[in-house]
Design a protein around this ligand. Structure first.
Ligand code: SF4
Length: 331
């Protein structure tokens, strides 16, 4: 029919996506500390027109396209209650793209758009683990421009998404034992718990190779190293490294599926499909073997959440680190 649109973009989201709302001052963390925030050009343009004392402060605190960080890497517009002063003075519409979107992410594969929430945010992690069923995804039509794909690329895209769908379905199939699901998706079995590494030390040495994102990670890594080395038995031998027991089977399948959702299909642009699959396994193993060491000192109900959050901050937000880890795991 004339005027009717023939093609729509498909928007896919994980089951907890729409529940997300930033908990702002109730957050034990804040995403306005510890990161350099790049300001998009449209926002920079609009900040250049804000009048009065606040406008002057805005401009004085922008250098080379990002906010000048204060000591301890605080955003200069984070007030003493950890609330955003740009939001308070100018409204939500004045936030730059990164602040408005964070911790959401988006990937586009031709006419398929996938949205999600980064696990650097404790509220996103809490919502991920709130689900009591294996992770599901919703899909609907949306009115966004698609990335053009030729027939060959579309075929490859469909093949990769089909493989990924098979992984999701297998991980979610509660009719087969969890261990069997892990074997089918990752070739993983408990006879080699640190696979694809031979030992906990080898697994941790990969973590040691990556540049730290900050003091919180330095402290977490030091706790992990101490646990591996510390003799805690009368015979002086190091304690056995095993699952610390914080993640239920459902937590584990949700986390593994989510990591595959976030990273696997990017093999269309970057290759390393095996490395991306194994990244999910590596992340889960580090999180469950070193949950307390990652989480540090926090109330019991936050241990699992904090462990995933700090590991995500360290691994998932730096392209170089993701590349290093995936290349190592791709072998
Ligand atoms: S980490 Fe999440 S909940 Fe906390 S301030 Fe950032 S977006 Fe909000």
């Amino acid at each position: 029919m004339p005027g009717m649109k023939d093609f729509y973009m498909i928007l896919r989201k994980p089951d907890f996506y729409d529940q997300f709302k930033c908990i702002a001052s109730r957050c034990s963390d804040t995403c306005c500390i510890g990161w350099e925030i790049d300001i998009d050009e449209t926002s920079q343009q609009s900040y250049s027109t804000v009048s009065g004392a606040f406008g002057n402060r805005l401009r004085e605190n922008i250098v080379d396209g990002h906010f000048k960080l204060l000591p301890h890497d605080r955003c200069p517009f984070l007030d003493s209650s950890n609330l955003c002063e740009i939001y308070k003075h100018l409204g939500e519409g004045a936030l730059c793209d990164i602040c408005r979107e964070h911790p959401r992410f988006v990937e586009v594969y031709g006419d398929i758009m996938e949205r999600g929430l980064g696990l650097c945010c404790e509220e996103a992690v809490r919502l991920l683990f709130l689900g009591d069923k294996p992770l599901q995804f919703t899909a609907c039509e949306c009115d966004e421009p698609e990335d053009e794909l030729d027939d060959d690329d579309r075929e490859i895209r469909d093949q990769v998404l089909y493989e990924r769908e098979t992984m999701f379905n297998t991980l979610a199939d509660e009719n087969i034992p969890f261990a069997e699901r892990l074997f089918k998706v990752f070739g993983y079995s408990s006879t080699n718990p640190f696979a694809p590494f031979e030992s906990a030390e080898a697994m941790v040495s990969l973590l040691e190779k990556a540049e730290s994102y900050g003091p919180a990670w330095d402290a977490a890594l030091a706790r992990i190293q101490n646990r591996i080395k510390a003799p805690s038995k009368p015979n002086g031998r190091a304690a056995r490294i095993e699952d610390e027991g914080f993640f239920s089977e459902t937590d584990s399948t949700r986390l593994l599926s989510y990591l595959i959702y976030r990273h696997y299909a990017k093999c269309l642009f970057e290759g390393r499909e095996h490395g991306k699959r194994m990244f999910a396994l590596f992340f889960w193993n580090v999180a469950r073997f070193f949950t307390r060491e990652l989480a540090g000192d926090c109330p019991e109900e936050f241990v699992k959440i904090n462990a995933v959050k700090i590991l995500s901050k360290q691994l998932e937000y730096c392209e170089e680190i993701m590349e290093l880890v995936e290349i190592t795991l791709d072998e």
